[in-house]
Design a protein around this ligand. Structure first.
Ligand SMILES: Nc1ncnc2c1ncn2[C@@H]1O[C@H](COP(=O)(O)OP(=O)(O)OP(=O)(O)O)[C@@H](O)[C@H]1O
Ligand SMILES: [Mg+2]
Length: 249
């Protein structure tokens, strides 16, 4: 990341912590994300990955730390203000409104965008639904769709806001291999357009394939970071995660 290090990071976290009572879900994470790259976070169940995304989107209250977006501190803003900065996410558990159509759910992504950014949106709701493969089901309700399709609707809702930073929490959970490949392809296409992405996934080959840079997380802390192949091969990462994953398989 040598060249990028001289630029102001798009996202800069300094020593952030999220404690739930005695549970140190995130505990002293510092990281920089630079414009246009695809980052991944890998780590065992309960290592704090989703909580970290929740901290960035201000849904999980910080116990300590400082967060900056494009050089400006946003540590204490409200969640909608994070969306206005240009941060969008998908959730690990699908969160769609079931008494609205797929199209309405995707439209909700536009509604999170601040007024002054709204005319900068490059794709319409219909274009995004086409691109993510949900145009044919636009009039259906989320509950009528397979889990994989529901996840696509969530991705569409996130990217229609044309976010500067896209956070994806296990976007391919419940998808088959072909659908997973489509998500990887979509992420690469978004990268070409300049989107910065942070992916949480348990699919290690996908992470190595799609990410430029990986973070290894364990018990609320980052234990490794760097080139994906190196992080996957890292002994502490293997012990905390890959060993367990292999044991579960
Ligand atoms: N709202 C909450 N209240 C209390 N504890 C929480 C809360 N959210 C998460 N935790 C705890 O924080 C720790 C980290 O959870 P988190 O969901 O961030 O892990 P994760 O890395 O996303 O795991 P997974 O791979 O299973 O999704 C866990 O011990 C979890 O039980
Ligand atoms: Mg999680």
């Amino acid at each position: 990341m040598t060249g990028d290090d001289r630029q102001v990071p798009l996202l800069e976290l300094t020593d952030i912590a999220v404690h739930f009572g005695g549970v140190k879900a995130v505990d002293g994470v510092s990281l920089d994300l630079h414009q246009g790259r695809i980052y991944g976070i890998m780590g065992a169940n309960g290592s704090g990955k989703s909580t970290l995304l929740g901290a960035i989107t201000r849904l999980n209250p910080l116990t300590r730390g400082i967060m900056r977006f494009d050089g400006r501190e946003f540590t204490t803003v409200r969640p909608h203000a994070v969306a206005h900065l240009g941060v969008a996410r998908t959730f690990q558990t699908v969160r769609l409104i079931d008494d609205r159509t797929v199209r309405d759910n995707v439209q909700l992504g536009v509604d999170t965008v601040s007024r002054d950014r709204r005319d900068q949106l490059t794709s319409t709701v219909d274009e995004v639904m086409e691109r993510v493969g949900v145009a044919a089901v636009a009039r259906m309700r989320p509950s009528e769709l397979s889990y994989g399709m529901q996840r696509r609707v969530e991705i569409a809702r996130a990217i229609v806001a044309c976010p500067r930073l896209l956070l994806l929490d296990e976007p391919t959970a419940g998808m088959n291999t072909a659908e997973r490949d489509e998500v990887s392809e979509l992420m690469r296409a978004l990268q070409v357009e300049g989107f910065t992405q942070l992916l949480v996934e348990h699919d290690v080959p996908m992470m190595v394939d799609v990410c430029d840079y990986l973070f290894g997380m364990n018990q609320g802390e980052l234990i490794a970071q760097g080139d994906p192949e190196a992080v996957v091969a890292d002994e502490a990462v293997r012990e905390s995660y890959l060993g367990k994953a292999a044991g579960n398989a």
